[in-house]
Design a binder for this molecule. Sequence first.
Ligand code: GLA
Length: 730
Amino acid sequence: MKRLFISLIVFCIFTCLSAYDAKKIIRIGTDQTDLVLQVAPNGRLYQVYLGDKLLHDKELNCFFPYVKSGSDKSVSTRGWEVYAGSGAEDFFEPAVAITHSDGNPSTVLQYVSSEQKSIKGGIETVIRLKDSEYPVEVMLYYRAYPKENVIKTWSEIKHQEKKTIILWRYASTMLYFSGNNYYLTEFSSDWAKEAQMNSQQLQFGKKIIDTKLGSRAAMHVHPFFELGLEQPVQETQGRVLVGTMGWTGNFRFTFEVDNAGNLRVIPAINPYASHYELRPNELFVTPEFIFTYSNKGTGQASRNLHDWARNYQLKDGCGSRLTLLNNWENTCFDFNESLLADLMKEANHLGVDMFLLDDGWFGNKYPRNSDTAGLGDWEVMKKKLPGGIPTLVESAKKVGVKLGIWIEPEMVNPKSELFEKHPEWVISLPNRKLYYYRNQLVLDLSNPKVQDFVFGVVDCILTNNPEVAYLKWDCNSPITNIYSPYLKNKQGQLYIDYVRGIYRVLKRVKEKYPEVPMMLCSGGGARCDYEALKYFTEFWCSDNTDPIERLFIQWGFSQVFPAKAMAAHVTSWNKNTSVKFRTDVASMCKLGFDLGLKDLNNDELVFCRQAVVNWTRLKGLILDGQQYRLVSPYEGNHMSVMYVNQDKSKAILFTYDINPRFAEKLLPVKLQGLDSFKRYKIKEINLMPNVSSDLIFDNQIYSGDYLMKVGIDAFTTNRAFSRVIEITAE
Ligand code: GLA
């Protein structure tokens, strides 16, 4: 009798629990957006809503997109499952695919539990799923940042099978959309051609954006996209999702429109050549996917990401940034101690904070006088720089600027002592002729010894020279000759373990040298993701510093990254444009210079010095303000961007005429983000010496209302002409 009673109670508890769990709603919400998940009667987890914030909590459990319509009210097994597995009833692209140790290729995940807790800036939700037949567990993580309206999500996979299992799909997450039309904007790229925006409508089937480049992974396409719901993305209106993956290696975004016209978006590490052997109890952590949803177009979405990045992700996101003079475009490999000392004087004369010494300062047996030799041998080249880094630090100190140094520690030239000593540290196919990219090979970062070496490069420079104030970390080659001598018969892990190896090194660097700002560079902007940016204060957008091209490149990157993370230098690319134009273009991001002052005439020099003063005075506004992209270079002959500070008391407007047509109709630039009731004084700055502003608005006062509704006549029909306008509330 007693036994029967206990069984009855257990039965009741169990049925209550499963009834409760079957209705369980998990709400991942920000101030503007809700992502709602629900456990269906079959015990599996489904996405029931993603969109504008829902105002009535009671209605949260009104959704059942996973229930079949008509008389059959069973759970549909096609689509909407949050982390759909392979080999089951969903015939479209899965989030996870596993070959179990017994060879079974299917995965069906049941909901187990979930919890929510507060984290810095938001709420973290962790959901536990478990395969119904195998000891495989998946944890789904969601971090919602209410104020910034950003959600960051990733997954973890683990098992207790007796032997290794093979992972061949491992998405960070999976999101679903139901609509009539979906439009994708992608960001294609190449050397000197980064962040080119192209849009297309998604039709039935799959569109895949991926890369197989390994180390210089984002050279051909960047790890972010914009999705327009019902209409192509627009700047100030329409429902959009902007998403980006924090992974400095091969990534893959899959957009699949299914038979019912629903869209699933799957951000993941690219599984290409990457069947991952997961040992029992080993944790496979996917990269973070970060997204924001906006019903006010991409302008708002970008501002969400900018705010979030500064507050929570970017290294020293709330700190300041250093202006600099770099020597790469000016001297290339051709310099010596006294020339560098002169350049440091020029840096001081220009008024920038730092001199950045680029490639070519190392290698003795194989001197780094071109890109054909010396990479890997991180000892100062005695012939060029007999006094070593200490002398450079001294010269910099003497003229009151800081010193920064370029490194490319993941790479090696075959003509190097490192290669002679450690050929086994290099990714290279044992039985084929080696293929070189920029005359170099990639070190095998999956090997802990190589990780120690790479950390040692940085550690040695910074320990021996604690006054080195900045590093530019380059990566000029994709992974070639793909074979790891270290991983031996586990080659399927190389692309993934390489990236994890870099992160291990970067983590050590950040822990030991938390104060040292670092620029992420990859032959330009081929590394630009939010995981790397946990370790870097900024990235080099492109070797292409032609200001006209930069208008497009910077416009592209600004969709996802704040100006604070984007390094832009004034160089001699496109000398057909004025020094003022080049400087004004670089001034809308993190300003630097890379030219010889001797190439400038007196007026240009005076202008540049004043531009540095202006930028330094206004950098808080440019780097931390709200960015409004006003006029797109993709839509005509002009471009304009502005920044507004927190209390709307100050703004800065940049306007650029690219290649206007004769007698072209010019429209005023309508400002955004101001206070309609504040009155603002307009002042054109960054003018060449002895040139006064021809802006009729100059020195006048207008309400924010007027400036936003009527606008400023700032555009002209001059070629490559620019204005920088300071806007100050009375
Ligand atoms: C890459 C970088 C450049 C410069 C060179 C040096 O191309 O993008 O800025 O540092 O390497 O070799």
